[in-house]
Design a protein around this ligand. Structure first.
Ligand code: IPD
Ligand code: CA
Ligand code: CA
Ligand code: CA
Length: 254
């Protein structure tokens, strides 16, 4: 059953990519949610509507958590729960028309099970699941080299670079270089493919769900920095890293 769901979910991701590319060429509306730094567009909403409607036919008994409000009210992780980000990196989508992603992850009874991150402009779907491996389109990904923090590029989100949270600025100075791409999905992809050794950010459920499935399947570290364990349904300060870079960073962090 999961295999069938996976095939259909992959097809859906390509169709949503196609819709996004089409809608991008026309005028779309941009609105502020909480501030000028927090945007939503009509494309986010159209994508989410399409994804949520289709998931209900692909996986009829599922419940959906999705960013822009078309999903269900979900308070527990019983059964099949999909977590959806219809455009991750909306600011990049609006300002750059690149460096954004579409993401969805399936959790079964709370277990990270299937994950999808579509780099829309590159046309690459990162997908896989527990026990299935991780692929970039058809190509299988291998666990990235276990680099130390000192030998790694690292991403921290803007807030963490400007405020000293858990001594993370010290960790950033230890890294070989600091980067910031403005899309959790793109940043996850870079950890999955070994371009980054460590990624630290405050993440909402839809920022984390897909990447967590894929990173764990590749044997990478996925950890909450300010809590003992990750809560999939709430926001967390999250570390995704190689084993060594993760250990280096946690040793430095307070
Ligand atoms: C945001 C991006 C950004 C991250 C924020 C996210 P959105 O997602 O991934 O890189 O720093 O925490 O909320 O709102 O564009 O889907
Ligand atoms: Ca958002
Ligand atoms: Ca997001
Ligand atoms: Ca989003």
């Amino acid at each position: 059953m999961l295999e069938q769901i996976d095939q259909q979910a992959q097809r859906l991701m390509w169709e949503v990519r196609q819709q996004t590319l089409q809608l991008m060429t026309k005028k779309f509306n941009v609105a502020e949610k909480t501030s000028a730094r927090d945007l939503v567009t009509t494309v986010d909403k159209q994508n989410e509507k399409m994804i949520d409607e289709r998931l209900k036919t692909i996986d009829p008994a599922c419940r959906i958590v999705s960013e822009e409000g078309f999903g269900d009210q979900v308070d527990d992780l019983k059964g099949h729960v999909w977590i959806v980000d219809p455009i991750d990196g909306t600011m990049n989508f609006v300002m750059q028309k690149r460096n954004f992603a579409i993401m969805m992850g399936l959790y079964v009874d709370g277990q990270p099970t299937l994950g999808y991150i579509m780099d829309v402009v590159e046309g690459t779907l990162y997908h896989g699941g527990k026990g299935m491996g991780v692929f970039a389109n058809q190509q299988r990904l291998h666990t990235p080299e276990n680099k130390s923090l000192a030998d790694s590029l690292m991403v921290m989100n803007g807030y963490l670079t400007m405020n000293n949270v858990h001594g993370l600025q010290k960790a950033a100075r230890k890294a070989r270089g600091l980067r910031m791409y403005g899309s959790a999905g793109i940043e996850m992809i870079y950890v999955l493919t070994g371009c980054l050794g460590a990624y630290v950010s405050h993440l909402h459920p839809w920022d984390l769900a897909a990447g967590r499935v894929l990173a764990e399947e590749l044997g990478l570290v996925v950890k909450s920095i300010d809590d003992d364990h990750l809560n999939v349904l709430s926001s967390n300060l999250v570390l995704v890293a190689t084993k060594q870079a993760g250990q280096d960073l946690l040793t430095i962090a307070e």
